[in-house]
Design a protein around this ligand. Structure first.
Ligand code: HGY
Ligand code: MN
Ligand code: MN
Ligand code: MN
Length: 411
């Protein structure tokens, strides 16, 4: 039986709106890239709020933050509630933030009611979930889960040549705790769906059973800079034309594996980026995703073939590098059962689903029983300053998160 405690929806919403000002953009979104001054400010805010609730806050060597609220039984491993506070450069108010502040609302609700859980509870803010400034994504949870080591994380550079290690130290979040040393027994992550399904089906809750496979690549095309006015077309080695053919192929490969595959080119840099110089070098990224890793293998082979064909047909050098592979993940049956019972008890219509977006839960699931809870977002839009969800939907998500944690705690 899940104890009948109610979260304070207004307090949750106010915290979401207040913290959205840290890195807030004129269009109403958030630009809070990982390990920047804005990230430091929101981290400091979270630490203060958790300590105010009597939590002990530990930071590990890659900046992951762990706030522990003691339970009746200190011998039990904590139940974690985690997500991320970093955003895309033109991010929204809810991606990641809802999961961390939803967890904070649970700590506040338990504090107000004086309710004591059996196991300790742990609120987690994972470093660099977005992977926008430092690729790959989910770097903090990946180091925690042993997918990457600290040296690899420290070596990752942003497009200005600043390393992750320099950045985490610059904001004072190189913690003492060794990565992976802070143990917990399970994790629940609340997140907006970032897709259209729940809204289209008028469902309040997504019982997220797993995350699809994801692969990131980097392609460098090298030609020769030349004058756009006096260089005859047959003499050119135009790197941007080669890149354009490949970018078109990325979309075509995804469509060939419809309806589940997605393929995107999000970052592109052309040098020297001058309107009257034939581009000599182009760097761009490819993001492929599919629920089935075998399909991703086929998509990758097709991309490889397209790179070889482009190099053969043009007089360009083309290099393809695999930057990140995150295999499809399935979450834990017991954690999912707690989410299901919680949604039922709270009376919210819910449906099982797989996540299109990557989440820290995907890596945490390698080392602890994990599940996710989704709430709808308007138009399924995310990674956009217009990202939005409602007061009621945030409240529903946090209420189901509370119920799932208490159900799991009471097992
Ligand atoms: O890329 C992703 O899916 C996540 O938002 N980092
Ligand atoms: Mn996210
Ligand atoms: Mn995101
Ligand atoms: Mn996430």
């Amino acid at each position: 039986m899940i104890p009948n405690l109610q979260i304070d929806a207004r307090r949750l919403w106010d915290s979401l709106m207040d913290t959205a000002r840290i890195g807030g953009t004129p269009k109403g979104g958030i630009s809070r890239l990982t390990l920047t001054e804005a990230d430091r400010q929101v981290r400091d805010w979270l630490k203060t709020e958790c300590e105010r609730l009597g939590c002990t806050v530990t930071v590990d060597e890659v900046g992951n933050m762990f706030a522990v609220r003691p339970g009746r039984r200190s011998d039990l491993p904590p139940i974690a509630i985690g997500s991320h506070l970093d955003t895309q450069p033109t991010g929204g108010k809810f991606d990641g933030v809802l999961g961390v502040l939803g967890g904070l609302e649970i700590l506040r609700t338990l504090q107000d009611s004086g309710y004591e859980t059996n196991a300790p509870l742990m609120l987690v803010n994972w470093t660099n979930e977005e992977g926008s400034r430092f690729a790959p994504a989910m770097l903090g949870s990946g180091v925690y889960a042993g997918v990457f080591d600290r040296a690899y994380a420290d070596s990752r550079e942003d497009r200005q040549g600043v390393t992750f290690g320099e950045a985490v130290e610059a904001i004072g979040y190189r913690g003492e705790a060794k990565a992976g040393s802070v143990q917990f027994g399970a994790m629940f992550e609340l997140h907006i769906e970032q897709g259209p399904i729940l809204e289209q089906e008028e469902m309040s809750i997504g019982i997220v059973e797993g995350v699809q496979g994801m692969r990131w690549y980097e392609i460098s095309v090298t030609g020769r800079e030349a004058h756009t006015g006096s260089t005859p077309m047959p003499m050119r080695r135009d790197a941007l034309v080669g890149a354009a053919r490949l970018i078109d192929r990325v979309e075509a490969i995804a469509l060939e594996h419809a309806p589940s595959a997605v393929g995107s080119v999000g970052l592109i840099e052309a040098q020297p980026n001058s309107r009257n110089v034939v581009p000599g070098r182009v760097f761009f990224t490819v993001d492929f995703r599919h629920p089935d890793d075998a399909a991703l293998d086929v998509m990758e082979q097709k991309l490889q073939a397209a790179v070889e064909e482009t190099a053969r047909k043009t007089n360009l050098a083309v290099e393809l590098k695999t930057v990140w592979e995150s295999p499809a993940v399935r979450f834990d049956a017991d954690c999912l059962a707690s989410v299901r019972r919680s949604a039922e008890a709270a009376g919210y219509p819910a449906r099982p689903m797989i996540s299109g977006a990557g989440h820290d839960a995907a890596y945490v699931a390698r080392v602890a029983p994990t599940a996710m809870i989704f709430v709808p977002c308007a138009g399924g839009l995310s990674h956009n300053e217009e990202e939005s969800t409602s007061f009621e939907e945030c409240a529903a998500g946090a209420q189901v998160l509370l119920g799932a944690v208490l159900d799991y705690d009471g097992r």
